[in-house]
Each structure stands twice: as C-alpha cells, then as structure tokens.
Design a protein around this ligand. Structure first.
Ligand code: ATP
Ligand code: MG
Length: 433
C-alpha cells in the first residue's frame, strides 16, 4: 500500500479565508467552540481547489444567530441544526454538533440530538476522510484516522459500513461520487456493504440522488466507478440493465461515451442515456430541470439526424440545431463511434479524443468547421433583406419566413452575395417565374 501513498499537504497548510476566521472568532468570543469540517479540510490536505466551507459548532442555531447578528444568517436547515451565513467571500454553512438518533426510513434520523463535543459530531459523519475537524486552537482532530485513508486514497465509512448505509442510503452514492471525484478506491468492507445495501437507495429522495449522480458523472474517475458499480447505478437508473444484456455490452459503450465528454452535465447525461428509449422519462423521474431535459432531448435527437457529408446538409443541421448543440451533438457522435471501435479493439482508448472514426462523420465535422470558420452560420436577422421587403413583394404569411430561409441558405451555402439589391433581384426573378 505504501507505494500508492499520495502527496499530502501538512496540517500547517490549513488556512481559512479571513471572512471565515472572523465568523469563527465571533462564536469563540461568545464562548462556543467552532471547527472547520468536511470537504474543505479533505480537499485542502489533498491540495485540491476547494470553495465550500462547512463549520461545526457547539452553539445552537439560535446562539449562532445571536452571536452573528451583524451578518445575514439564513435558517436553511433548522431541523438539522444548520444555518447559512453570508460573507464577502460567499456563504458558510454552520451546523450545531449533532449525534443522529435512530433512522427508521433509511434517510432521515427520527430525532436529531445536539452533541456536546466535536468528537461525537465526527462520529456521525459518513466517511473517515470527511470526519476531520480543525481550528487554530486545537489543530487537526482526526479520531477516525481519516488522514491515513487520505494518504492511501481510500474511502471507508466511519464505523460499521452496513449500519451507516442502513441509516442513510444516500451515503452509498456519496461514496461512489467521492471515488469518481478523487480517484480513490473504496475500501473492501465499505464496497461490499454498498452493494448489499444498494436497494435502500430506492427510499432516498430523488433530488438528493440527482446531486450526487451529477458529480459522479463528471468525476475524473467516472468510467471505472460506473464500470465497477453497475449494480448500484442500476438501482438509481434501472433502465441501464437493459443495455447490459448483450455482448459487447452497449452499457460499456454508454459509459465510455459518457466519460469522454467534457465536464458538462447535460452532455454526459445524453452520452449515458442516448441508446435508451425513455431517456427523458428517466431524467424527469430524477427531477432534472426543464433546461437540462430540453438540452439532453436535443442532443439525443441529433444522434438520429440524417446528415450527409455535403455542404447543404451540414449547413441545414447547423441552422436547425444552432452551432453549440450541433457541435456537441457531433462530439457525442464521435465519442459513440470511438467507444464502439474501442470495444471492438479497432482504436486504442488513448487515441486523441476527437479522432473521428468513420470517414463520413469526419467529413461532416470538416465541412461544419469550414462553414463556421468562413462565417457562414448566419441567422435571418443577418440577412440584408427582411420580412417587410417580402411583404412589399406580395409574399404572405408562412411564405415570408420560408422565402427568407431560402435566401439565407443561398447566401450561406451557395455564397450568393448578402446584398439587398442582389437578394431583391433574386426574389423578383423568382416571383416572376
Ligand atoms: P463537497 O462540499 O465537496 O460536496 P463535502 O464533504 O463538504 O464535499 P457536504 O455535502 O458539503 O460534502 O457535507 C459536509 C460534510 O457533512 C461531509 O464532509 C460529511 O462530513 C458530512 N455529511 C454530508 N452528508 C452526509 C451524510 N449523508 N451522512 C453523514 N455525513 C454527511
Ligand atoms: Mg461541503
């Protein structure tokens, strides 16, 4: 294990922004304890960029509001003892030390009890690497040996894994998300318990699942997590098992395709789900917003769009989808072709990401690139004539828009001059025919 130890920052490198320090000082001056906890410490020790700061305190939410009266404090999660403080550097979540009670529904503790010490609070946290606390006075507090797991790159639950996942099944997906984000391995017992408790994810609110799924999908190590934990992902998206039936598995194509996209959630979702008939239903079920669903729908529709490697066909595609969706749709096509070829052993996974596999797709991409570079992706408003000109020449209703589009295509594809006189002459001669 020694060989894969990670380079870690020292405890001395832990620094918090002045705005956070000011909040911590106010609570301390009022006689309470206050610690930085959670992802901020984990990511700082790993030398990763981190923004979100979570604080844990012995003060109750009412005490926090009283002590921080000069700040805007929003009671964001009073039931869990959480308030959010707005500072010049952003917002800070402050949660009162807690020990969770029984969980009878696999997601919410029946009662939340405040705890007296930070050690009790750390014991209810999900993973050892998240169960660290720090303040200037006491330095780093690490009762669960989280630093050693950080060094080894391991995700391990605090305490008995089965019990922790039975208390709150979302932790299973959080564990996969952390593994995808940090490229950490999941410790064996934790991993076994994840699999045996996976069905409990059905009890977890879908909005919460969505948040973790998004982060998993764009994680650096997403591919190996998806490949290694199909059984768990299939509880969240049961339709994935339809793709897992034949060999070579279309599911692996979907995973490869998804992991080769940029850190763009709709694009990754489209890449994962575009071979399924009910992709949009899946997204609705997982409570995705309409903007995401619309974009995924467009990207998936693009996959079955008939495009030919000639200027007119490519231009029409660009015009209909818009440049951004067209290019993203093409990336998806290329990624799909590459994924198929990878699985059949035709191209190495290490080949450049935008290597198009089929000559047709390559030619379409080339033509699109050329049209864009030559500034041929104009809109109706860029045309030197407008609807009024056509109305004046006897065109009515839908004819107007249709004729403008014909003119636009002439300009963009046939390099017809975009000049008022020439365009009007073209119209006149047409209406005379
Ligand atoms: P990031 O901010 O990068 O998402 P994080 O670890 O800070 O990572 P948060 O969701 O902000 O994640 O949670 C803050 C801390 O609260 C976690 O580090 C963990 O200690 C604890 N925590 C969050 N969710 C759970 C949970 N479901 N069960 C137990 N502890 C949790
Ligand atoms: Mg956080």
């Amino acid at each position: 294990m020694k060989g894969c130890d990670r380079q870690m920052r020292t405890n001395e490198s832990i620094k918090v922004p002045d705005s956070t320090r000011a909040v911590m000082s106010l609570l301390e001056e009022a006689g309470f304890e206050c610690f930085v906890v959670g992802g901020y410490l984990r990511d700082t020790l790993l030398g990763r960029a981190t923004f979100d700061i979570d604080l844990a305190t012995s003060a109750t939410p009412e005490d926090v509001m009283r002590s921080l009266s000069r700040y805007v404090v929003i009671p964001t999660g009073l039931r869990h003892g959480t308030v959010t403080v707005l500072t010049t550097d952003g917002s800070i979540e402050i949660t009162t030390f807690r020990e969770d009670g029984m969980y009878s529904d696999f997601r919410h503790p029946d009662v939340v009890r405040y705890a007296k010490t930070i050690e009790e609070d750390l014991a209810r946290r999900d993973f050892t690497i998240n169960a660290l606390a720090w303040n200037e006075k006491r330095g780093l507090i690490d009762p669960w040996d989280g630093q050693s797991d950080l060094k080894k790159g391991l995700i391990r639950t605090v305490g008995d894994a089965n019990q922790r996942f039975r208390e709150d099944a979302l932790r299973i997906l959080r564990g996969l998300r952390l593994s995808a984000e940090l490229s950490f391995q999941i410790e064996e017992r934790t991993s076994d318990a994840m699999r045996s408790c996976a069905q409990l994810l059905k009890h977890v609110a879908r909005e919460r699942l969505q948040v973790e799924l998004n982060r998993l999908l764009i994680g650096e190590n997403a591919l190996s997590v998806m490949q290694g934990y199909v059984d768990i992902l299939s509880v969240v998206i049961p339709e994935l098992s339809i793709l897992d039936d034949c060999a070579p598995s279309p599911l692996n194509v979907a995973f490869l395709r998804a992991s080769s996209m940029g850190r763009d959630i709709p694009l990754r979702l489209a890449a994962l789900l575009c071979d399924l008939e009910n992709a949009l239903e899946i997204l609705k079920r997982l409570r995705y917003d309409n903007a995401t669903i619309d974009r995924v729908e467009k990207l998936i529709a693009f996959q079955s769009e008939k495009l030919f490697p000639e200027k007119r066909s490519v231009w029409r595609g660009l015009y209909r989808y818009g440049q951004k969706d067209f290019l993203d749709g093409m990336r998806l096509r290329v990624a799909g072709e590459r994924a198929h070829a990878n699985i059949q052993g035709i191209v190495a996974p290490s080949a450049p990401a935008d290597t198009a596999v089929s000559p047709t797709t390559a030619a379409i991409a080339q033509i699109a690139d050329d049209l864009i570079r030559r500034n041929r992706i104009l809109e109706l408003k860029d045309l030197a004539v407008n609807g009024h000109d056509l109305l004046g020449r006897g065109y009515r209703g839908q004819e107007v828009g249709a004729m403008l589009e014909i003119l636009l295509e002439k300009v963009c594809v046939d390099d017809f001059p975009n000049e008022r006189e020439s365009l009007l002459a073209a119209i006149d001669s047409k209406s005379e025919n």
